[in-house]
Design a protein. Structure first.
Length: 249
């Protein structure tokens, strides 16, 4: 990850506040669970929010550029012989060493927007995946949502379906699923980051939102939404299937 001007305190607050929206993490996990294999590489594992869902896998390797985050994950899951975390940067050529672990799933949650050279990161991710392996990527959606919160926590960009699909094709992996998630969250992000120009989402709002997630999730299961705070992409190495689309770019 290359350097950019951002507020480290704001970023740390967002990392910690992620624990306040566990219902959202559960929703995201249920969306992607069918695509996981048994040998998982987690790019940008953070404090291990999703690792708790993956303890039964044959292998889990979490990577992060933060030694403190890696230490926290290793401490939490040290009793699991199949769970490991180490410091690694997806843009570094040394990242390709993970190929020897026969990774069948690469997962990354809200990380690629923090990487300036995300093309190189994606090339390295594609390299370490086994043929037929799956990349599961969750990133912030919609360029028009980019605002003060994005800048303060080090987001280089937000994504749309067209951009991701093209990037995937260039490295030999093809989308099988593209979906916008959490329309209400997008409204809140717009209000806080574009209108109110705050540096981080208010913790009180996140707690309230967490209580509403089951209702939002139910609604979006019945009515596909054309926008959302996040874009979920699932791609398979070597696949030529047309992607299943939900919403428009």
């Amino acid at each position: 990850m290359n350097a950019m001007e951002f507020d480290e305190v704001a970023l740390q607050k967002v990392r910690e506040d992620r624990l306040l929206i566990d219902e959202l993490d559960r929703w995201l996990y249920d969306e992607i669970r069918p695509f996981f294999g048994q040998r998982v590489l987690d790019v940008g594992c953070g404090l291990g929010n999703f690792a708790r869902h993956l303890t039964a896998k044959d292998l889990y390797i979490g990577t992060d550029v933060s030694p403190a985050s890696v230490a926290a994950v290793n401490k939490t899951y040290g009793a699991y012989p199949n769970m490991h975390a180490q410091v690694a940067n997806a843009t570094d050529p040394r990242f390709r060493k993970f190929k020897r672990f026969e990774i069948d799933t690469v997962f990354s949650l809200n990380v690629f927007e923090h990487i300036d050279d995300h093309e190189t990161a994606l090339e390295n991710v594609a390299y370490v995946l086994k043929p037929g392996g799956v990349l599961i990527l969750v990133v912030p959606a919609h360029k028009w949502l980019y605002g003060s919160i994005d800048r303060s926590i080090g987001h280089y960009r937000r994504y749309d379906m067209t951009l991701l699909a093209e990037m995937f094709r260039e490295v030999g992996i093809n989308c099988v699923k593209l979906k916008y998630i959490n329309a209400l969250g997008a409204v809140g992000w717009f209000a806080n980051g574009r209108v109110r120009r705050q540096d981080t989402p208010p913790s009180g709002q996140l707690k309230l939102f967490n209580k509403l997630v089951p209702l939002i999730r139910r609604f979006e299961s019945l009515v596909p939404v054309p926008f959302g705070i996040s874009l979920l992409a699932v791609a398979r190495k070597g696949s030529s299937l047309a992607p299943e689309l939900n919403g428009k770019s």
